[in-house]
Design a protein around this ligand. Structure first.
Ligand code: GLU
Length: 320
């Protein structure tokens, strides 16, 4: 099914900030099945760099819920593997190295702007919560007295136009300098930015196919840009951005939405095969009428990502 010549490797990369949400369970199932369908490798990577948001114990709870769904991993925190460690908080030296490479190439600068300063000068807030950085610190003398612990930003070259083909959504193009601007690689508090760690890890772990939620579609160009700048241009994966899972009425699944987590359904007595079957059918991973399925049934009957569902999927009303 994979068109390239690389061995197929997919990853599921949860942030341990709470219990496994149905939306995440779906991306886990889809990326797992994509690898299993053609004898590829499945990777579990715990994305816990944003320590203030991490909920202690939730990585273990997520692992339990994934195992209950029948998803097991060839490489991961418990399984090990040639690209260990698979927990981002244990990979800071790897990110330090990547940042040093970019610094040495003159591609970074220190930024001591506050959020409020950026907001005042930024143009209209862009796509959702994102703000285009106006470049204030790009031209400031590097030896100036800093107002606060500085963030490190990427100097995005003018006319940076990144194109890629999403397997479900088709061709995409982003002018990164215009629509994002010089984005943060490391925050003032020392936390590495999601864009950097994901780009580095997907490249170093040799991930061939990224399957994740459509809310991250707008991050893909930044990650491809970083991979190219770091010399991993030949390792850019193919991307499939799957739709969001929503409440039966179409609203966003909030933490308090009943039936929004795998754990809650299990505790209510719903069987794993029912959860897997509904997710697989609802989201078009398999054809035919809804029926209970195991994860390996899904892998055997998987249709190509080009044919998966594109619109948001409301969870069944009886799970509420
Ligand atoms: N860790 C991210 C999240 O849970 C997902 C990262 C990705 O798939 O690129 O939102």
């Amino acid at each position: 099914m994979h068109s390239g010549s690389r061995p197929l490797r997919t990853r599921f990369a949860p942030s341990p900030t709470g219990d496994l949400h149905l939306g995440s369970a779906w991306t886990a199932l889809a990326s797992w099945a994509l690898a299993r369908a053609s004898g590829g490798i499945t990777i579990l990577r715990v994305e816990d760099v944003d320590t203030p948001r991490v909920v202690p114990g939730s990585a273990a709870r997520i692992a339990t819920d994934l195992a209950w769904l029948g998803l097991e991993w060839d490489e991961g925190p418990d399984e090990g593997g040639t690209h260990a460690p698979y927990i981002q908080s244990a990979r800071s030296e790897i990110y330090d190295d990547a940042l040093r490479k970019l610094e040495a190439a003159g591609l970074t600068y220190l930024c001591d702007c506050s959020r409020a300063e950026i907001a005042r000068v930024a143009s209209a807030p862009h796509a959702g919560e994102e703000m285009v950085y106006p470049g204030t610190c790009r031209h400031s003398p590097p030896d100036r007295e800093l107002k606060r612990a500085p963030a490190i930003r990427l100097r995005v070259p003018d006319h940076t136009r990144i194109s890629f083909v999403d397997r479900l959504r088709g061709p995409n193009e982003q002018h990164v300098d215009v629509s994002v601007g010089d984005f943060v690689l490391r925050r003032g508090d020392g936390v590495y930015a999601y864009q950097l760690v994901v780009a580095v890890d997907d490249a170093l772990m040799n991930v061939s196919d990224v399957v994740r939620g459509v809310d991250l579609l707008g991050s893909t160009a930044r990650q491809i840009l970083l991979m190219r700048m770091l010399g991993f241009g030949d390792r850019v994966p193919s991307y499939t951005h799957v739709p969001l899972v929503v409440a039966p009425g179409g609203e966003r699944l909030a933490k308090r939405t009943q039936g929004a987590t795998v754990r809650e359904l299990r505790e209510r007595g719903v069987q794993a095969e029912e959860v897997v079957g509904h997710l697989a059918h609802g989201l078009g991973l398999v054809k035919g009428r809804a029926r209970d399925m195991t994860a390996s049934d899904v892998a055997k009957a998987l249709v190509p990502p080009e044919e998966w569902r594109k619109d948001a999927w409301p969870i069944p009303a009886h799970w509420q």
